[in-house]
Design a protein around this ligand. Structure first.
Ligand SMILES: [Zn+2]
Ligand SMILES: [Zn+2]
Ligand SMILES: [Zn+2]
Length: 191
C-alpha cells in the first residue's frame, strides 16, 4: 500500500511483480549524516484494475523486504544494490580516490599481488598529498604499492567507529604495513 497526498495505491501481494528499476546513492561526505542508497521499486499488478506505482526504499531495508515477500523481487540489469554501510562506503571511497593524483611506479618496479586478497595486483600507493610534507597529522608512507583499492578501502573502513559513519571520510588511519597515518586524499592510484 502506498499513500500519497491525493491517492492511495493498494496492490495485493499475490498479484504483484516487484522490480527494482533504479538506485540512487546519496554521497557520504564529512559533514553529512549516514550515506544512503535509495531504491525505486516498481509495483505492477496482474490485476488490470490496479495501476502500477513506484515505491522508494532505503537499500539497507531491502533484505528485510525480500524476507517478508513471498515472491522474488526482480532487478533491472544495471541496478547494483548496496545493502550494507560497508558496501556504500567502498563505493564512495573508490570514487574519491579516483580524483586524487595518480602515482607513477618507476618502470623497473613490478607490481605485486595485493597482500590482502592475493586476487588482484596492488593498485594503490599512499603518498602524502593532503598537506605540505612537514605539516598536519598525516605522515609519509614509504611502503611500495602492496594493496588493491578494495582492500585498502576495507582496511580504512575497519578502523572507523561503526556508530559514527559521518566521521569516516574525514578521519586518518595508519598504513596497514608501516603505520604511517594517512587520510583519503593520500590514497593514490598506481599508474
Ligand atoms: Zn586486495
Ligand atoms: Zn606504509
Ligand atoms: Zn592526509
Amino acid at each position: 500500500m502506498k499513500v500519497t497526498t491525493c491517492r492511495v495505491h493498494v496492490a495485493q501481494q499475490q498479484d504483484v511483480h516487484l522490480t527494482v528499476t533504479e538506485s540512487r546513492q546519496h554521497e557520504l561526505s564529512p559533514d553529512s549524516n549516514l550515506p544512503v542508497q535509495l531504491l525505486t521499486i516498481r509495483v505492477a499488478s496482474t490485476n488490470p484494475a490496479v495501476q502500477a506505482f513506484d515505491i522508494w526504499l532505503n537499500s539497507t531495508e531491502y533484505g528485510e523486504l525480500c524476507e517478508k515477500l513471498r515472491a522474488p523481487i526482480r532487478r533491472a540489469a544495471h541496478v547494483v544494490i548496496h545493502q550494507s554501510l560497508g558496501d556504500l562506503f567502498l563505493e564512495t571511497f573508490a570514487s574519491l580516490v579516483e580524483v586524487n593524483p595518480a602515482y607513477s611506479v618507476p618502470s623497473s618496479q613490478e607490481l605485486e599481488a595485493c597482500i590482502g586478497c592475493m586476487q588482484t595486483r596492488a593498485s594503490v600507493k599512499l603518498v602524502k598529498t593532503c598537506q605540505e610534507a612537514a605539516t598536519g597529522e598525516c605522515q609519509q608512507c614509504y611502503c611500495r604499492p602492496m594493496w588493491c583499492l578494495t582492500c585498502m578501502g576495507k582496511w580504512f573502513a575497519s578502523r572507523q567507529d561503526p556508530l559514527r559513519p559521518d566521521t569516516w571520510l574525514a578521519s586518518r588511519v595508519p598504513c596497514p604495513t608501516c603505520r604511517a597515518r594517512f587520510c583519503i586524499l593520500d590514497v593514490c592510484t598506481v599508474r
